[in-house]
Design a protein around this ligand. Structure first.
Ligand code: EPU
Length: 430
């Protein structure tokens, strides 16, 4: 059933929310559990459609996957297959991170190549180049990539591309290298906390990895990995989204269980915009409205995260003057701008830069979510808009935010989830 969110703007949000586990850490961790024939237990896994879908793929690969308690998943991959078909991969681009796990464990993989998506083309050339540098034989035919790693040996791999490092490309290479003989040195490795969390799990499984969290990761191949238990890091993007929700309404929101050290560039920009920010062990608080126009440039970690760009744009709409957003990770990731314009925003896009002319009155409208972060941004803007906003295609939101509207409501927002049929006549899509 298609669902929509109905938001009535104008409420000031205040209170506390607990950060959930990070989606973008959990997905590669689930994939990594295929690297051992023993059971891996993951805790603090967020309850998201992407996670349930990854569990389905792991089952397809032959693993036994159970969810014995909320947030806990046990993966036991005694015997698995190396083939992953298109009808699974096409539904979730992140399933590409199975590639490294299959190559590591089975020394062969056959996976349909995921397509691009609405945030832009999403090639996997760097993933494949990295595997080739390890000595894998890689072939692409009929939309399927085949990797033969029987002769793979550790080596020097440069993973930089036109946009800098690649997150899942690095994750794939690290996973493959853990069970590849010899020493692999990955240069221009992604430094994202989610990559560090993956390495933390792999270390517990018996891998030999150094340098994670820096641009150079060194991995010495081991013969086998073992089962273990691991707790997923908090979701920095989700935490950032709730902090924007507080600031955008001139409220006072604290996210507990969040890691301020993972959000340095974002918190810096919030402060620059005039929002009060307080951090301490396991919490981040944002209070007061933004008062100054600020420019942001998205970049790989520790730069400003592209996954908080759309939400931050919603905040820039409140401030008098011209703010800019420059996308250096996904130069076309501005689908939300057109929908924000339907609410009265003035945004001009020129290539990879959007100029936001703030302090225009926003009014509620029917809008369409195009992707996960765009859907969050539209809801955030709706919190400040006059009147009623209907956000359609809510399934995008459910890929990455656990009980979003319920938690916004607990902070004082007027938001409800309804069947699409509840929309006023003429608003709903066909
Ligand atoms: N790129 C290439 N070639 C490659 C791989 C990437 O040119 O082989 C380019 C991409 O087209 C993009 C840039 O490099 O322009 C960075 O892409 P990256 O590979 O780092 O992205 P990803 O690993 O596929 C993860 C997150 C995304 C997040 C990006 C960037 C997961 C499951 N996904 O994707 O999350 O935007 O890193 O930080 O970890 C989201 O959660 O909404 C989301 C899209």
């Amino acid at each position: 059933m298609l669902e929509v969110a109905r938001i009535v703007g104008g409420r000031r949000l205040s209170g506390t929310v607990q950060a959930a586990g990070a989606k973008n850490a959990a997905l590669p961790l689930l994939a990594a559990s295929l690297l051992t024939s023993e059971a891996v237990t993951l805790r603090n896994v967020p309850d998201l459609s992407d996670v349930r879908f990854m569990a389905e793929i792991l089952r397809h690969q032959g693993a036994t996957v159970t969810n014995p308690a909320p947030g806990t998943w046990v993966i036991h991959a005694q015997e698995i297959t190396h083939r992953t078909p298109y009808d699974l991969v096409r539904k979730m681009r992140a399933s590409v991170c199975l590639l490294g796990a299959l190559v590591g464990r089975l020394h062969q993989a056959e996976m349909a190549i995921p397509g691009g998506c609405v945030i832009g083309p999403r090639p996997i050339d760097l993933h494949l180049k990295g595997l080739e540098a390890l000595g894998c034989v890689v072939a692409v035919e009929g939309g399927v990539v085949s990797v033969d790693a029987t002769r793979a040996r550790g080596s020097l791999v440069f993973m930089g591309g036109p946009m800098g490092s690649t997150v899942l490309g690095t994750a794939n290479l690290v996973m493959a290298a853990t069970l590849t003989p010899g020493e692999t040195r990955i240069e221009c490795a992604a430094r994202e906390p989610e990559v560090v969390d993956l390495c933390a799990l792999l270390l517990k499984m018996g891998a030999d990895i150094r340098g994670h969290g820096t641009e150079v990761i060194t991995i010495k191949g081991v013969d086998r990995l073992r089962g273990t238990e691991h707790t997923v890091i908090p979701d920095r993007i989700e935490a950032g989204t709730y902090l924007v929700a507080g600031a955008i309404t001139g409220g006072d929101v604290t996210v507990t269980g969040a890691e301020a050290a993972h959000l340095g560039s974002f918190l810096d920009k919030l402060r620059e915009a005039g929002v009060g920010v307080e951090t301490g062990p396991g919490f981040i608080r944002a209070f007061g409205r933004p008062t100054r126009a600020v420019d942001i440039i998205t970049e790989p970690y520790p730069g400003f995260p592209t996954d908080l760009q759309a939400q931050f744009m919603a905040l820039q709409l409140l401030v008098d003057g011209r703010s800019t957003v420059t996308e250096k990770v996904y130069p076309h990731r501005f689908m939300h701008a057109a929908e924000l314009q339907r609410m009265g925003a003035e945004i001009a896009i020129d290539g990879a830069t959007a100029a936001v002319y703030g302090d225009r009155p926003l009014s509620g409208a029917p809008v369409m979510a195009s992707d996960l972060r765009a859907s969050a941004a539209l809801i955030l803007a709706a919190l400040t808009a006059k009147g009623e906003t209907w956000v359609q295609r809510l399934y995008h939101l459910d890929r990455g935010y656990e009980r979003f509207e319920e938690r916004l409501r607990s902070l004082g927002a007027e938001i409800e989830r309804l069947p699409a049929s509840a929309m006023p006549k003429g608003f709903a899509e066909d």
